[in-house]
Design a binder for this molecule. Sequence first.
Ligand code: 5GP
Length: 193
Amino acid sequence: MNFLEERIVKDGGVKEGNVLKVDRFLNHQMDIELFNEMGKEFYKRFEGKKINKILTIEASGIGIACIVAQYFHVPVVFAKKAKSINIEGESYVADVESFTHKVKNQVIVSKKVLSPEDRVLIIDDFLANGCALLGLISIIQSAGASVEGIGIAIEKGFQPGGTVIRNLGYQLESLAIVESMDEKTGEIVFREQ
Ligand code: 5GP
C-alpha cells in the first residue's frame, strides 16, 4: 500500500451510497504533510510535461491543487459554482452534476484566466462518475487550451469515470484506486498499480 492508501485505511470511512469519507485528512480537515507527498508524487508522474497552469473545481480540490502547484511553480485556477447570473460572454461555462449532492451546477471560469496558450494539469480529490472532470475538460477545450494530464487523489474504480476518461486518451494518474468498499464491514480494497 502507498502512503495515501494507508491513510485511507487508517482514517477513512465507508458510507452508504458508495461514498468514501475522508474528511479527517483530505476534504474537511486537511493534512498538509500528506498533500505535500501527493504533490511530490504528481510532479514525478507528470515530469517532462510543459504544464503552466493547474485547474481544479471548488471546493475540495482547491487545497490539494495549491500544494501540488508549489511543485510545478504554476498558478491555480478553480472553476466556480455559478449562481446563474448572466456570466456567459465573459466566462467559459460547463454543466456538472454533483456526485455527493445529486444536483446540477454550472461551473464557470473567467476568460481572463484561461487562454489558448495554457497547458493545463487538472487536479481533483475524487473521481467517481467523471462528471466533474468532463466539465473541466470541456472548459479547457472552450478556451482552446490543452489538457496535459489529470491528477486525482482517490479514484473509485468501481464507478465508470476512470474508464471514460482513459478511453478519451488522457493521462489520468490516480494516487489510490478503490476497487471495492463495503459499508457494513468497512473493508476497502485497492487496485494494484
Ligand atoms: P464525479 O463527477 O466524478 O462523479 O465526482 C467527483 C466529485 O464528487 C469530486 O469532486 C468529489 O467532490 C465528489 N465525490 C465523488 N465521490 C466521492 C466520495 O466517495 N466521497 C467524497 N467525499 N466525495 C466524493
